[in-house]
Design a protein around this ligand. Structure first.
Ligand code: FES
Length: 586
């Protein structure tokens, strides 16, 4: 694979005047005002001598349990910044917690990104450390930082340790979905379920599967936006604190060199990340988030790139939900650097893509070793030889839909079945447990109005649970289609992100009970067996039953969110607006 000369980064000369000197570097009334108030925190005068001022953008919150340990990590980052001669200033941003936010955390990703962007631009900052953990926090922070384009580096909170219940590994989320299905199938009691609850979250940290949080931490590393090895270190391992400390040191030098997100996040970086996602069996949520991040730095990444670049990428990381192990074991096996090295040696990575270290991604990984080939598998033993996210198209999804092959059932990848339609999530909940529901395992479950505008926020409900009467037969998977997302911890033959979404009048909106639907993953086809005339007539007569929101953030979201096929960012937030210092009002 050839690498572009554009990847060469030339550091700027140091010392030079930084953006923070606009606030702190003079003797005018305004300079004194800015410095003096800062000094109420006990900061000595020489900290305002023109050294790099580094923001620590913290998504700590007790309402985001996966990020509840980030205050400690922020302190470690501060040690590193001081050591390297910078001035650290920690600040909070809206924290997007997956497990509690309603209607869905995804509705707040763009709001958090806006918070980050405005906080970075409006404040006297020369660089920023992005402290992320739970699913949406990583993309939100990256999106905001990219739109300002000052030097930025991610340090992740790290995953929870392995959970165990009665001797078996308990995978965050994955176990929850499985056990709730087991209860419906009569294979588990409610009492056992409540007991298992205690073992699901073993320690501080994010979900311990290769769910969305671990995927996005891996994407940050694969993109070159975090130090090598960042993604997999468990939250409570002392090496996580070391990583935070080293990240603090590194950002100061990045500011001196003026190494910005736009220098790192080239098209090659995104291509690398897409391939890494296939190799780790990463979450489908990465599709949306990477498209949105690319949109902020002006890289023309499309949904089709996911399909094209993910082809022939074997899933070699044996982690749940696709495989057997958890993030703790991935770390002990060598973590993401081993995967990156494997892809680079196989000629499937742009080796010269630069990272926050200032070095090429290849330089970072060339010496690493795989310490457990049962966790990071040799290619011949891969979970699947074609692990990249598949993009499906057809009259049901003219702008595309996605499916994760490593989480799907091989026997359903080519399937034709009768549609059983749920008009929205409430309709699904009202009907799914009804023994009279006309459904069997050969049917295709269709869920509408769960996309960005429809839910609103594009909830993780695409892996809708199967009907009890099917589960009782021992059936574990059926083809499911929706405009929703799916948790990265979930699994199944689940077609997601169908675009245009139902609430925007896409063809999904007019699928009816009894329509025959054809899924053919090999041919990338998602088709409903009705004529073009019939489709046109149904769409002409379609009217949404949803009331559009009238006010508040939810209205802003509804009116401006774009389709899943382009990353579900707001139309007015796409692009980089830069770091020009706003004028003073004092
Ligand atoms: Fe926060 Fe999974 S719920 S990482």
């Amino acid at each position: 694979m050839s690498d572009s000369e554009k990847n060469k980064f030339v550091p700027k000369t140091w010392p030079r005047k930084l953006r923070s000197t606009e606030w702190f570097g003079g003797t005018s009334r305004d300079h004194i005002y800015h410095r003096s108030w800062m000094k109420n925190q006990g900061l000595p005068a020489d900290l305002f001598d023109g050294r790099p001022v580094i923001g620590i953008c913290n998504t700590w919150s007790q309402l985001t349990p996966c990020n509840a340990h980030l205050r400690d990590l922020a302190d470690r980052v501060k040690h590193g910044i001081y050591e390297a001669g910078g001035l650290p200033l920690e600040f909070p941003v809206f924290s997007v917690g997956e497990s509690s936010l309603r209607p869905t955390a995804m509705m707040y990703r763009n709001m958090a990104a806006m918070d980050v962007e405005e906080a970075l631009r409006a404040n006297p900052l020369d660089g920023v450390v992005l402290l992320a953990g739970c699913d949406k926090t990583t993309p939100a922070l990256l999106m905001g930082a990219c739109s300002v384009d000052i030097p930025a580096i991610v340090v992740s909170g790290g995953p929870m340790l392995n959970g165990y219940f009665r001797g078996e590994r308990v995978a965050s989320g994955t176990a929850l979905w499985q056990m709730s299905e087991d209860i419906k199938a009569g294979k588990m009691t409610q009492e056992d379920f409540l007991e298992a609850e205690q073992s699901m979250s073993r320690s501080a940290g994010s979900c311990n599967t290769m769910g969305t949080a671990s995927t996005m931490a891996s994407m940050a590393e694969a993109l070159g936006m975090a130090l090598s090895g960042n993604a997999a270190i468990p939250a409570v391992d002392s090496r996580r604190r070391v990583m935070a400390h080293l990240t603090g040191r590194r950002i100061v030098d990045m500011v001196k060199d003026d190494l910005k997100p736009s220098d790192i996040l080239t098209r090659q970086a995104f291509e690398n990340a897409i391939r890494v996602n296939g190799a780790i069996g990463g979450s489908t949520n990465a599709v949306i988030h990477l498209l949105a991040i690319a949109g902020r730095v002006g890289v023309d990444l499309t949904l089709d790139d996911w399909d094209k670049l993910g082809q022939e990428i074997a899933t070699i990381v044996n982690l749940m939900p696709s495989g057997k192990y958890l993030m703790e074991e991935f770390f002990y096996a060598g973590g993401l650097p081993v995967v990156i090295k494997h892809l680079a040696e196989a000629g499937k990575l742009h080796k010269n893509a630069i990272t926050v270290s200032g070095e090429s991604i290849w330089e970072e990984v060339k010496e690493v070793r795989n310490w457990n080939p049962d966790v990071i598998l040799p290619v011949e033993k891969a979970l699947t030889q074609k692990g990249g996210i598949v993009v499906l198209k057809g009259n049901l999804a003219p702008q595309g839909a996605v499916l994760k092959p490593s989480a799907a059932s091989a026997h359903l990848l080519q399937h034709r079945g009768r549609a059983v339609v749920f008009e929205d999530i409430d309709d699904y909940k009202a009907k799914i447990n009804d023994e009279a529901l006309d459904i069997d395992e050969n049917c295709v479950m269709v869920l509408k109005n769960c996309g960005p505008k429809g839910y609103p926020g594009m909830a993780e409900v695409g892996n809708m649970g199967l009907p009890p009467k099917v589960l009782r037969k021992g059936i574990k998977d059926m083809v499911r289609i929706s405009d929703a997302r799916m948790s990265g911890t979930a699994y199944g033959t689940v077609v997601l992100h169908t675009t245009p979404e139902a609430a925007a009048g896409g063809p999904l909106a007019v699928i009816q009970n009894g329509d025959m639907i054809e899924l053919d993953v090999e041919k990338r086809r998602l088709h409903v067996d009705i004529s073009d005339e019939e489709m046109a007539s149904r769409l002409a007569n379609w009217k949404s039953h949803l009331e559009p929101p009238k006010s508040g953030y939810i209205k802003l979201f509804h009116d401006h969110v774009q389709g899943a096929d382009t990353g579900a960012d707001f139309d007015f937030l796409k692009g980089c607006r830069g770091a020009a210092v706003p004028k003073d009002s004092h």
